[in-house]
Design a protein around this ligand. Sequence first.
Ligand SMILES: Nc1ncnc2c1ncn2[C@@H]1O[C@H](COP(=O)(O)OP(=O)(O)OP(=O)(O)O)[C@@H](O)[C@H]1O
Ligand SMILES: [Mg+2]
Length: 292
Amino acid sequence: MATARTAPAGPASAGAATAAPAAPVALRGVGRAFTAPDGGTRDVLRGVDLDVAAGEIVAILGPSGCGKSTLLRIVAGLDHPTSGEVAIDEAPVRPYDVRCAVGFQEPRLLPWRSIEKNVALGLPRGTARRDGRAQVARLLELVGLAEFAGHRPHEVSGGMAQRASLARALARNPEVLLLDEPFGALDALTRLKMQDLLLDVHAAEPTTVLLVTHDVDEALQLADRIVLLGTDGDEPGAGIRQTVVVPGHRPRDRGSAELAELRGRLLDGLGIDRHGAARGIQATTTIPHYPY
Ligand SMILES: Nc1ncnc2c1ncn2[C@@H]1O[C@H](COP(=O)(O)OP(=O)(O)OP(=O)(O)O)[C@@H](O)[C@H]1O
Ligand SMILES: [Mg+2]
């Protein structure tokens, strides 16, 4: 695992004055149990061990309900593990850890504030007004929203709102960016464009990224590594079932035979019948619900 911080590569960022650092993340034996309605406990996660290198993009795939969001929330300090530990840059995660920024499926913008002011909400506390203005302008430029700074969220498209949400997360200057199905609510074409944008943003500000997605192709396009989360037989609690290193450099050829082969393996790992289309059933790369 790389422990050194990576300096931003920089040239693609629109006049970046502030560096977005990247920090390694280490999960050791992470488990999370919740209280069940009958008063007992239910293991959701169990024994998750994962090292994410500084600047790496790791995608997390797994059936609905297997604990992907819970895992992300634990890394962000929005929830706590019931066993094991999580460290960012070798220091334990703290509640609402300021080293992390989280992006969700829905943009969660304040409707009465302009796009610019929504992005400014992500700035770290105590940012000087002038620095903040410059930072927001730079991020709006980076996500292609400079011309829409004064618009309200209802005056922009869903994809633009999601770009604003990404800019707000980046305004925090996070060492770790946690994205929970960030493009899940977008149409297919906008989704592809957002994937490209995320890669541009990552090239400009190579922060560490943990990305939860239901889309195998999205994971293959964006990630350095893909982690499959799931249970092992009747064992309670999900853990890492498979880790796949995605070959080649980004941006990857979406039509490459190598990725197609890997896609098949991942679908097998998720228990999805990839020959459904041949039998007249609509083939899908999204993942079914977890059986509880
Ligand atoms: N605060 C909580 N209290 C009790 N149970 C919870 C809590 N948070 C999550 N769970 C349970 O943990 C399990 C995993 O939830 P989680 O949201 O992490 O799944 P997920 O993999 O992100 O699913 P999806 O793909 O549908 O978003 C679910 O069964 C959920 O009901
Ligand atoms: Mg979830």
